[in-house]
Write a protein that binds this ligand. Structure first.
Ligand code: ADP
Ligand code: MG
Length: 592
């Protein structure tokens, strides 16, 4: 049977739009806070109860809504921000679609209260699932308060898509932090109450102030210390903010903030330019930390691409890309040491127990030298060769499978000679695998052995991370880290895994917390124990650019021979390649 076409009712249309705008509490908070910012508020207070499903409450001291416009504010395609399609080019406000409030009102019970400076009395409007239930004058400060209760009460199926309270709360927290970095002149306060009475409310307080102050509370004070300021202009483009030093990296890309004309965005062009700038200075597989603001003439960027407006389209994508890359590249080059790591530091004994010279401190004091790129010819051989010593029987009993070390190349590779020819070892990858296997055995037998630090180590983190560390102390201890909370944004590390004594504990701890934030409870973390061990191993492993003595190199080769899976590091990269004499001969057209 053919269905006839009918116009959707406004209510159904709102609900469909709501699917785009109102995915979860965090997206509602974003819309409401953006409205407050558009209204010129200087203080915005947000409260949630029970992951935001029970209540989302946003109060601002902005210019308010005229009593006669209250109903309109909750209707679809009603906006005070643009009037004509042409206004879309160069739109300066955060909102402009006029559908956020209507969408929220279609899936919850919403109470809108507001007063403008011109009115003596405020006005309140209550709407349940798009149906007006009451309207009355009330006393209200200048500004607007929006209360959203019983989210998705009329669309229970959508409630099922919500995650655990902790996850939803973390997203709300993150949204507010993200918005706050673009509005230093505005104070923000967040209070998240849990349905679990055992847990106290979580709060975040961001007073209006300087960029450094805000960065200190939104990221961490350590980031401020371990980052450089950047401010570059070219043509009509300006890029400013702070970029983390290449040594201040994270396992997750969770502290990367980029704003285009005051709007937080995620963009492929931008992401690529930044990654490229960090590429040769950033440790493999790690993520940079940055807060960057790009400003350009509004007509050069289209923000009307996506309903939630995370995406933009640049008119001149190529020149934006090149500008970002060049600016960052210059800034990062300036914090790189001048000598490209060729003057290796003096060899140290028993490297497994020794902190690397580049990791002596937690600060920037001793930057890590940057390895030069491998010569093209060698790279070509590498792509042809493959690890095969396990299948090739060594000819002479006294030469071990991986042979004996000859030299170290640029602090990254060990060159060794074995029966078949040349062995090239990535010393970080190899050591990582060895440490990983040791930890795995240790964990299976007794749990990770810990060692008390003589002097506890203080680590600065965000308040959220500190809370997480407190909540998940048992999981951290199981993984070998005994951590105590010292204050709002400070942790104290008292015990560390034996194998990792004196290594870069602060970075390790931060990674753990990022993991916990992403994967939630300690039960889930237990299931991911091997990955956690992998992180430990990676951190405990000798970094590229460590100078090793011939004896140390041979030790490493012997350890590799007795370690399971020694052919791959635990990130799946190969740890070594074998080049047969034949392959080398071919390279030089010998014997042909
Ligand atoms: P948009 O922000 O895209 O215009 P919304 O649905 O978010 O659409 O809001 C509709 C209108 O309601 C806004 O254009 C604005 O005029 C008014 N409004 C919403 N929130 C506030 C607020 N906090 N303060 C003042 N006006 C507001
Ligand atoms: Mg809006």
């Amino acid at each position: 049977m053919t269905r006839r076409i009918a116009q959707l009712s406004a209510y159904v249309a709102d609900q469909i739009a709501a699917g785009e705008v109102v995915e979860r509490p965090a997206s509602i908070v974003k819309e409401l806070v953006e409205n407050a910012l558009d209204a010129g508020a200087t203080q915005i207070d947000v409260r949630t109860e029970g992951s935001g499903v029970d209540l989302i409450w946003v109060a601002d001291n902005g210019h308010g809504i005229h009593a006669d416009d209250m109903v309109l504010a909750l209707s679809r395609h009603a906006t005070s921000k643009i009037a004509a399609a042409d206004d879309l080019l160069g739109v300066a406000s955060l909102g402009f679609r006029g559908e956020a409030l209507a969408s929220v009102a279609s899936v919850a019970r919403v109470r809108l209260s507001s007063r403008t400076a011109a009115d003596a009395l405020g006005h309140q409007l209550e709407v349940h699932a798009s149906r007006t239930v009451s309207q009355r004058p009330i006393a209200h400060n200048e500004g607007t308060t929006v209360e959203v209760r019983d989210l998705f009460f009329n669309t229970p199926a959508r409630r099922k898509f919500l995650k655990a309270e902790r996850t939803e709360n973390a997203q709300v927290d993150q949204i507010l932090r993200r918005l706050s970095l673009a509005h230093l002149e505005v104070g923000f306060a967040l209070r998240q109450s849990s349905t679990n009475a055992q847990r106290g409310p979580k709060t975040l307080n961001l007073a209006a102030g300087s960029l450094a102050t805000r960065l200190g509370s939104v990221l961490s004070r350590e980031f401020v210390e371990q980052s450089v300021e950047i401010d570059e202009q070219r043509g009509g483009l300006r890029l400013h903010g702070r970029v983390g030093s290449p040594q201040y990296h994270r396992r997750l890309a969770d502290q990367q903030y980029f704003y285009v004309n005051g709007r937080a965005i995620r963009d492929k062009v931008v992401g690529h330019a930044i990654r490229q700038a960090y590429q040769d200075v950033m440790f493999h597989g790690r993520h940079a930390v940055y807060v960057l603001y790009l400003e350009l003439p509004p007509e050069q960027v289209d923000v009307n691409v996506h309903p939630t407006k995370h995406e933009v389209r640049f008119r001149e994508a190529r020149s934006v890309h090149d500008f970002i890359f060049a600016s960052l590249h210059r800034a990062l080059r300036d914090i790189r040491p001048a000598d490209g790591g060729l003057h290796a530091p003096p060899p140290t004994a028993a490297f497994a127990a020794q902190p690397s010279p580049t990791q002596g401190g937690l600060g920037l004091a001793t930057p890590q030298p940057i390895p030069a790129a491998a010569p093209g010819g060698l790279a070509q051989v590498v792509s042809e060769a493959r690890p095969d010593w396990t299948t090739e029987a060594p000819g002479e009993a006294e030469v071990p499978p991986l042979g004996y070390a000859l030299a170290q190349l640029h602090g990254v590779y060990i060159l060794a000679q074995n029966q078949a020819g040349l062995v090239l070892v990535d010393m970080h990858a190899a050591h990582e695998r060895i440490t990983y296997e040791k930890l795995k055995q240790e964990y299976a037998a007794t749990g990770i052995a810990r060692q008390r630090l003589l002097v506890p180590l203080a680590v600065d983190v965000t308040a959220g991370e500190a809370q997480l560390a407190e909540d998940c102390a048992a999981a951290l201890a199981a993984a070998g880290l005994v951590v105590e909370r010292l204050g709002e944004q400070a942790l104290s590390v008292r015990e560390v895994p034996v194998l990792l004594a004196r290594k870069d504990i602060a970075a390790l701890l931060r990674d753990f917390l990022a993991d916990l934030a992403e994967f939630g409870t300690s039960a889930e973390i237990a299931e991911r124990q091997l990955e956690v061990l992998g992180t430990l191993a990676c951190h405990g492993s000798v970094r590229a650019n460590r100078a090793l003595s011939i004896t140390e190199m041979n030790q490493l080769l012997r350890q590799m021979e007795t370690t399971e899976n020694a052919g791959l590091c635990n990130h799946g990269r190969p740890t070594y390649f074998q080049y047969s004499m034949d392959a080398l001969d071919k390279l030089f057209y010998r014997g042909q």
